[in-house]
Design a protein around this ligand. Structure first.
Ligand code: R5P
Length: 316
Protein backbone atom coordinates (compact mmCIF):
# COMPACT_ATOMS: atom_id res chain seq x y z
CA UNK A 1 0.00 0.00 0.00
CA UNK A 2 1.41 3.39 -1.01
CA UNK A 3 1.27 6.38 1.28
CA UNK A 4 0.60 9.99 0.34
CA UNK A 5 1.02 13.29 2.13
CA UNK A 6 -1.58 16.04 1.70
CA UNK A 7 -1.94 19.35 3.44
CA UNK A 8 -4.45 22.01 4.31
CA UNK A 9 -3.57 25.49 3.12
CA UNK A 10 -2.50 26.70 6.55
CA UNK A 11 0.22 24.05 7.01
CA UNK A 12 1.43 23.80 3.41
CA UNK A 13 4.94 25.14 4.21
CA UNK A 14 5.65 22.55 6.90
CA UNK A 15 3.92 19.81 4.88
CA UNK A 16 6.24 20.43 1.92
CA UNK A 17 9.24 20.01 4.21
CA UNK A 18 7.78 16.76 5.62
CA UNK A 19 7.09 15.39 2.15
CA UNK A 20 10.66 16.26 1.12
CA UNK A 21 12.03 14.39 4.16
CA UNK A 22 10.00 11.40 2.98
CA UNK A 23 11.27 11.71 -0.60
CA UNK A 24 7.80 12.60 -1.91
CA UNK A 25 6.01 15.51 -3.46
CA UNK A 26 3.05 16.90 -1.59
CA UNK A 27 -0.20 15.42 -2.91
CA UNK A 28 -2.30 17.79 -5.01
CA UNK A 29 -5.57 19.23 -3.70
CA UNK A 30 -7.53 22.03 -5.27
CA UNK A 31 -9.04 24.57 -2.89
CA UNK A 32 -11.67 27.13 -3.86
CA UNK A 33 -14.09 29.40 -2.08
CA UNK A 34 -17.69 30.06 -2.93
CA UNK A 35 -18.70 33.73 -3.06
CA UNK A 36 -20.10 33.51 0.47
CA UNK A 37 -16.79 32.14 1.77
CA UNK A 38 -17.70 28.44 1.98
CA UNK A 39 -14.79 26.07 1.34
CA UNK A 40 -14.74 23.71 -1.66
CA UNK A 41 -11.93 21.22 -2.19
CA UNK A 42 -11.03 18.27 -4.36
CA UNK A 43 -8.22 15.68 -4.34
CA UNK A 44 -6.47 15.87 -7.70
CA UNK A 45 -4.87 12.46 -7.26
CA UNK A 46 -6.19 8.95 -6.94
CA UNK A 47 -6.18 8.05 -3.27
CA UNK A 48 -8.30 4.90 -3.38
CA UNK A 49 -6.76 2.19 -1.20
CA UNK A 50 -3.90 4.47 -0.10
CA UNK A 51 -2.53 5.28 3.33
CA UNK A 52 -3.22 9.02 3.58
CA UNK A 53 -1.59 11.55 5.91
CA UNK A 54 -3.33 14.93 6.07
CA UNK A 55 -1.30 17.71 7.66
CA UNK A 56 -3.06 20.70 9.16
CA UNK A 57 -2.60 22.77 12.31
CA UNK A 58 -5.75 24.53 13.35
CA UNK A 59 -5.39 27.69 15.38
CA UNK A 60 -8.26 30.11 14.80
CA UNK A 61 -9.91 31.04 12.50
CA UNK A 62 -12.10 27.93 12.50
CA UNK A 63 -11.67 27.64 8.71
CA UNK A 64 -8.39 25.80 9.39
CA UNK A 65 -10.23 23.11 11.34
CA UNK A 66 -13.06 23.00 8.85
CA UNK A 67 -10.63 22.50 6.00
CA UNK A 68 -9.10 19.55 7.86
CA UNK A 69 -12.53 17.99 8.44
CA UNK A 70 -13.48 18.41 4.79
CA UNK A 71 -10.18 16.89 3.62
CA UNK A 72 -10.73 13.88 5.90
CA UNK A 73 -14.31 13.45 4.68
CA UNK A 74 -13.27 13.71 1.02
CA UNK A 75 -10.51 11.13 1.57
CA UNK A 76 -12.96 8.76 3.23
CA UNK A 77 -15.45 9.22 0.39
CA UNK A 78 -12.67 8.53 -2.10
CA UNK A 79 -12.01 5.17 -0.34
CA UNK A 80 -8.61 5.96 1.14
CA UNK A 81 -7.59 2.86 3.07
CA UNK A 82 -6.41 4.64 6.22
CA UNK A 83 -6.48 8.32 7.15
CA UNK A 84 -4.11 9.88 9.67
CA UNK A 85 -4.78 13.47 10.72
CA UNK A 86 -1.34 14.98 11.37
CA UNK A 87 -2.04 18.00 13.56
CA UNK A 88 1.18 19.80 14.51
CA UNK A 89 -0.76 22.39 16.55
CA UNK A 90 -4.03 21.09 17.97
CA UNK A 91 -6.24 24.10 18.64
CA UNK A 92 -8.76 24.17 21.48
CA UNK A 93 -6.69 21.61 23.44
CA UNK A 94 -6.52 24.12 26.30
CA UNK A 95 -10.29 23.71 26.71
CA UNK A 96 -10.16 20.06 27.76
CA UNK A 97 -12.63 20.21 30.64
CA UNK A 98 -15.76 21.96 31.73
CA UNK A 99 -14.07 24.63 33.81
CA UNK A 100 -17.25 26.49 34.77
CA UNK A 101 -20.93 25.66 34.65
CA UNK A 102 -22.26 26.43 31.20
CA UNK A 103 -18.97 25.98 29.29
CA UNK A 104 -18.43 23.32 26.59
CA UNK A 105 -15.70 20.67 26.61
CA UNK A 106 -14.44 22.12 23.35
CA UNK A 107 -11.46 19.78 22.87
CA UNK A 108 -13.73 16.72 23.22
CA UNK A 109 -16.19 18.04 20.66
CA UNK A 110 -13.42 18.79 18.17
CA UNK A 111 -11.81 15.39 18.65
CA UNK A 112 -15.21 13.78 18.04
CA UNK A 113 -15.62 15.82 14.86
CA UNK A 114 -12.25 14.62 13.57
CA UNK A 115 -13.20 11.00 14.25
CA UNK A 116 -16.69 11.40 12.79
CA UNK A 117 -15.22 12.95 9.63
CA UNK A 118 -13.36 9.67 9.18
CA UNK A 119 -9.85 9.94 10.63
CA UNK A 120 -8.47 6.59 11.79
CA UNK A 121 -5.59 8.06 13.68
CA UNK A 122 -4.18 11.31 15.07
CA UNK A 123 -0.54 12.36 15.21
CA UNK A 124 0.36 15.56 17.04
CA UNK A 125 3.19 17.28 18.93
CA UNK A 126 3.24 18.59 22.50
CA UNK A 127 -0.53 18.69 22.76
CA UNK A 128 -1.58 20.86 25.68
CA UNK A 129 -3.40 18.04 27.46
CA UNK A 130 -3.17 14.25 27.15
CA UNK A 131 -6.88 14.07 27.95
CA UNK A 132 -7.58 15.20 24.40
CA UNK A 133 -5.89 12.08 22.98
CA UNK A 134 -8.15 9.90 25.11
CA UNK A 135 -11.25 11.63 23.73
CA UNK A 136 -10.31 10.27 20.28
CA UNK A 137 -10.83 6.60 21.36
CA UNK A 138 -8.66 5.37 18.45
CA UNK A 139 -4.87 5.46 18.06
CA UNK A 140 -3.60 8.93 18.89
CA UNK A 141 0.08 9.74 19.29
CA UNK A 142 1.71 12.76 20.83
CA UNK A 143 5.34 13.43 19.94
CA UNK A 144 7.59 15.58 22.07
CA UNK A 145 9.76 18.33 20.64
CA UNK A 146 12.15 18.20 23.60
CA UNK A 147 14.95 16.30 21.82
CA UNK A 148 15.01 18.73 18.89
CA UNK A 149 15.12 21.64 21.32
CA UNK A 150 17.91 20.03 23.31
CA UNK A 151 19.94 19.38 20.14
CA UNK A 152 19.62 23.08 19.29
CA UNK A 153 20.49 24.20 22.82
CA UNK A 154 23.62 22.07 22.67
CA UNK A 155 24.56 23.79 19.39
CA UNK A 156 23.96 27.18 20.96
CA UNK A 157 25.74 26.28 24.20
CA UNK A 158 28.34 23.67 23.21
CA UNK A 159 29.50 23.61 26.82
CA UNK A 160 26.25 23.08 28.68
CA UNK A 161 26.32 25.15 31.88
CA UNK A 162 26.60 22.93 34.96
CA UNK A 163 24.13 25.13 36.78
CA UNK A 164 21.17 24.54 34.42
CA UNK A 165 17.64 24.60 35.83
CA UNK A 166 14.49 23.90 33.81
CA UNK A 167 11.67 26.24 34.79
CA UNK A 168 8.02 25.22 34.35
CA UNK A 169 5.98 28.45 34.06
CA UNK A 170 2.86 26.71 35.40
CA UNK A 171 1.66 23.37 36.76
CA UNK A 172 0.63 22.25 33.25
CA UNK A 173 4.19 22.39 31.99
CA UNK A 174 5.77 20.38 34.82
CA UNK A 175 5.61 17.12 32.83
CA UNK A 176 7.39 18.76 29.90
CA UNK A 177 9.96 20.32 32.28
CA UNK A 178 10.67 16.95 33.94
CA UNK A 179 11.26 15.22 30.64
CA UNK A 180 13.45 18.10 29.50
CA UNK A 181 15.50 18.03 32.70
CA UNK A 182 15.94 14.24 32.40
CA UNK A 183 17.16 14.59 28.81
CA UNK A 184 19.59 17.31 29.90
CA UNK A 185 21.21 14.90 32.34
CA UNK A 186 18.89 15.23 35.31
CA UNK A 187 19.37 18.92 35.96
CA UNK A 188 17.15 20.63 38.53
CA UNK A 189 13.66 21.91 37.95
CA UNK A 190 11.74 24.87 39.34
CA UNK A 191 8.00 25.41 39.13
CA UNK A 192 5.90 28.56 39.11
CA UNK A 193 2.49 28.66 40.70
CA UNK A 194 0.51 30.70 38.17
CA UNK A 195 -2.97 32.03 38.50
CA UNK A 196 -5.05 33.13 35.52
CA UNK A 197 -7.03 36.18 36.50
CA UNK A 198 -8.72 36.67 33.15
CA UNK A 199 -8.48 34.62 29.94
CA UNK A 200 -5.07 35.97 28.91
CA UNK A 201 -3.79 37.58 32.11
CA UNK A 202 -1.49 35.82 34.52
CA UNK A 203 -0.36 36.40 38.07
CA UNK A 204 2.53 34.55 39.67
CA UNK A 205 1.76 33.39 43.18
CA UNK A 206 5.05 31.69 44.07
CA UNK A 207 8.05 29.84 42.66
CA UNK A 208 9.53 26.65 44.04
CA UNK A 209 13.08 25.49 43.30
CA UNK A 210 16.45 27.25 43.31
CA UNK A 211 17.30 29.58 40.46
CA UNK A 212 19.72 32.07 42.05
CA UNK A 213 22.90 32.27 39.95
CA UNK A 214 21.61 29.51 37.68
CA UNK A 215 21.12 29.37 33.93
CA UNK A 216 17.40 28.90 33.44
CA UNK A 217 15.52 27.29 30.55
CA UNK A 218 11.80 28.05 30.58
CA UNK A 219 9.79 25.36 28.77
CA UNK A 220 6.17 25.56 27.68
CA UNK A 221 3.87 24.22 24.98
CA UNK A 222 2.33 27.52 23.78
CA UNK A 223 3.17 31.20 23.52
CA UNK A 224 -0.06 33.04 22.94
CA UNK A 225 0.06 36.62 24.27
CA UNK A 226 3.51 35.90 25.71
CA UNK A 227 2.30 36.92 29.19
CA UNK A 228 3.12 33.56 30.82
CA UNK A 229 6.62 33.47 29.34
CA UNK A 230 7.40 37.08 30.19
CA UNK A 231 6.08 36.70 33.74
CA UNK A 232 8.28 33.58 34.18
CA UNK A 233 11.34 35.42 32.80
CA UNK A 234 10.68 38.40 35.09
CA UNK A 235 10.47 36.31 38.23
CA UNK A 236 13.58 34.36 37.19
CA UNK A 237 15.44 37.64 36.77
CA UNK A 238 14.12 38.95 40.09
CA UNK A 239 15.37 35.76 41.76
CA UNK A 240 18.84 36.45 40.28
CA UNK A 241 18.96 33.88 37.47
CA UNK A 242 22.25 34.23 35.57
CA UNK A 243 20.95 33.70 32.03
CA UNK A 244 17.45 32.97 30.75
CA UNK A 245 16.56 30.82 27.72
CA UNK A 246 13.19 29.51 26.63
CA UNK A 247 11.89 26.64 24.49
CA UNK A 248 8.25 26.78 23.43
CA UNK A 249 6.75 24.45 20.85
CA UNK A 250 3.78 26.37 19.44
CA UNK A 251 4.27 30.07 18.73
CA UNK A 252 0.83 31.62 18.35
CA UNK A 253 2.39 35.04 18.96
CA UNK A 254 -0.80 36.97 19.51
CA UNK A 255 -0.69 40.78 19.62
CA UNK A 256 2.59 42.26 20.81
CA UNK A 257 4.11 38.95 21.95
CA UNK A 258 7.25 39.37 19.80
CA UNK A 259 7.91 42.93 20.98
CA UNK A 260 7.45 41.84 24.60
CA UNK A 261 9.90 38.97 24.11
CA UNK A 262 12.46 41.21 22.44
CA UNK A 263 12.30 43.64 25.36
CA UNK A 264 12.46 40.88 28.00
CA UNK A 265 15.46 39.41 29.78
CA UNK A 266 15.24 36.21 27.71
CA UNK A 267 18.54 35.78 25.83
CA UNK A 268 17.27 33.27 23.31
CA UNK A 269 13.90 31.74 22.54
CA UNK A 270 13.69 28.48 20.59
CA UNK A 271 10.37 27.73 18.89
CA UNK A 272 9.20 25.28 16.22
CA UNK A 273 7.42 25.63 12.89
CA UNK A 274 4.16 23.88 13.92
CA UNK A 275 2.60 27.24 13.08
CA UNK A 276 3.69 29.05 9.92
CA UNK A 277 5.03 32.57 9.93
CA UNK A 278 7.87 34.57 8.58
CA UNK A 279 10.12 37.29 9.89
CA UNK A 280 11.65 40.00 7.79
CA UNK A 281 9.74 39.74 4.56
CA UNK A 282 6.05 39.79 3.83
CA UNK A 283 4.69 36.42 2.82
CA UNK A 284 1.37 35.57 1.33
CA UNK A 285 -1.43 34.47 3.64
CA UNK A 286 -2.10 32.16 5.40
CA UNK A 287 1.46 32.62 6.68
CA UNK A 288 1.57 35.04 9.56
CA UNK A 289 3.86 37.98 8.98
CA UNK A 290 5.60 39.02 12.12
CA UNK A 291 7.55 42.07 11.01
CA UNK A 292 11.28 42.40 11.37
CA UNK A 293 11.22 41.42 15.07
CA UNK A 294 12.25 38.09 16.37
CA UNK A 295 15.98 38.78 16.66
CA UNK A 296 16.24 36.58 19.70
CA UNK A 297 14.10 33.88 18.18
CA UNK A 298 15.35 30.70 16.55
CA UNK A 299 12.92 28.48 14.64
CA UNK A 300 13.57 24.73 14.59
CA UNK A 301 11.68 22.55 12.15
CA UNK A 302 9.60 19.61 13.35
CA UNK A 303 9.53 18.20 9.80
CA UNK A 304 12.14 15.46 10.44
CA UNK A 305 10.35 14.40 13.64
CA UNK A 306 6.95 14.17 11.93
CA UNK A 307 8.42 12.49 8.84
CA UNK A 308 10.00 9.80 11.00
CA UNK A 309 6.71 9.19 12.83
CA UNK A 310 4.76 9.05 9.55
CA UNK A 311 7.22 6.49 8.19
CA UNK A 312 6.80 4.36 11.33
CA UNK A 313 2.99 4.59 11.27
CA UNK A 314 2.95 3.64 7.60
CA UNK A 315 5.08 0.58 8.30
CA UNK A 316 2.92 -0.19 11.32
C1 R5P B 1 -1.31 27.38 29.34
O1 R5P B 1 -1.57 26.67 30.26
C2 R5P B 1 -0.26 27.11 28.29
O2 R5P B 1 0.59 26.05 28.64
C3 R5P B 1 0.56 28.36 28.01
O3 R5P B 1 1.32 28.67 29.15
C4 R5P B 1 -0.33 29.51 27.68
O4 R5P B 1 -1.27 29.16 26.71
C5 R5P B 1 0.45 30.69 27.19
O5 R5P B 1 -0.43 31.75 26.97
P1 R5P B 1 0.04 33.24 27.05
O6 R5P B 1 1.25 33.38 26.15
O7 R5P B 1 -1.13 34.05 26.57
O8 R5P B 1 0.35 33.55 28.48
Amino acid sequence: MEFKIFSGQFSAGLAKKIAKELGQKLGRIEFRKFSDGEIWLRYKEDIKGRDIFIIQSFPSPAENLLELLLMIDAAKNSSARRITAVIPYFGYARQDKKDQPGTPVSAELITNLIRTAGADRILTIDIHSDRVLKFFKSPAENLSADMIFIKEIKKHLPKLPKDLVVLAPDAGSVKMARSFAASLGNCGIAVIDKERQKLNQVKIKKISGKIKNKSVIIVDDIIDTGNTLIAAAEIAKKKAAKKIYACVTHPLFFGKAIEKINKSSISKLFITDTLPFSFGKKSTPPHLYLGSGGKKIKIISVAPLLAQAIRKIHKN
